[in-house]
Design a protein around this ligand. Sequence first.
Ligand code: SF4
Ligand code: SF4
Length: 244
Amino acid sequence: MTDTKAPYLMTDTEKTIDISKLDQDRFRSWPYSQDVCLTCGLCSSACPVSGIDGFDPRKIIRMVSLGLEAELVEARWPWICTMCAKCAVLCPMEIDIPNVMRGIRSLRPRNEVPGILHKGVEAAIKTGNILGLPKEDFLFIVEDVAGEIAAEPGFEAFTVPIDKQGANILSTIHNKLVNTHTEDLKHLWKIFFVAGENWTITSEAWEGCNWGFFTGDDRAMKLMIDRLAEQLTRFEIKNLMWPE
Ligand code: SF4
Ligand code: SF4
């Protein structure tokens, strides 16, 4: 079967684009521009979610280069990206692709952010964690997990240090670890115990997941980081550990 459509002809959609109105600088990433993309596809080959619903980081960069801002802001593609940065590591032109994704996401009205992401950000702003978990419930879960560890042979002396002044390590906690994956907390805490580490968790601002980062919400991202910094200062803790 012969394809009668010449591939170099503009599509009807492309014909409607007024090139003079395109804002070519809108998504420009520092220090290199997406315009230097070689279309080599290394980013696509590295990307763990390439192919899902047609997503491909190379396509995003081409769309950015063409100034297709409205299409990108409305698209689902930028939200498929996990922000893992594997693409940026491989890109020979050092295009900061995750930063471009964040830039696109930041332009979405907050009430149109997909799924529960913005609700989680709002909960984190209000309560300090994405789940909106009250402090007493958090402490109950933490003590419960500590009790389970102490019931294991060799860990009878285990306790979980909370708000410990002068600790060497403050270990943040991903919200899922006090929700559905409490078993995963045990692995790390047991290593701390066996290693004799001087560590702690905090009873407030313990969240180790920053959806302000993922949703392109700089204000929320900074607020959550500031809260962690406050805990470090308040308890004179030397190192911050972000296991996630
Ligand atoms: S790896 Fe870099 S240069 Fe190659 S296609 Fe992807 S963005 Fe373009
Ligand atoms: S940062 Fe996004 S686009 Fe890049 S490799 Fe990871 S998931 Fe793919």
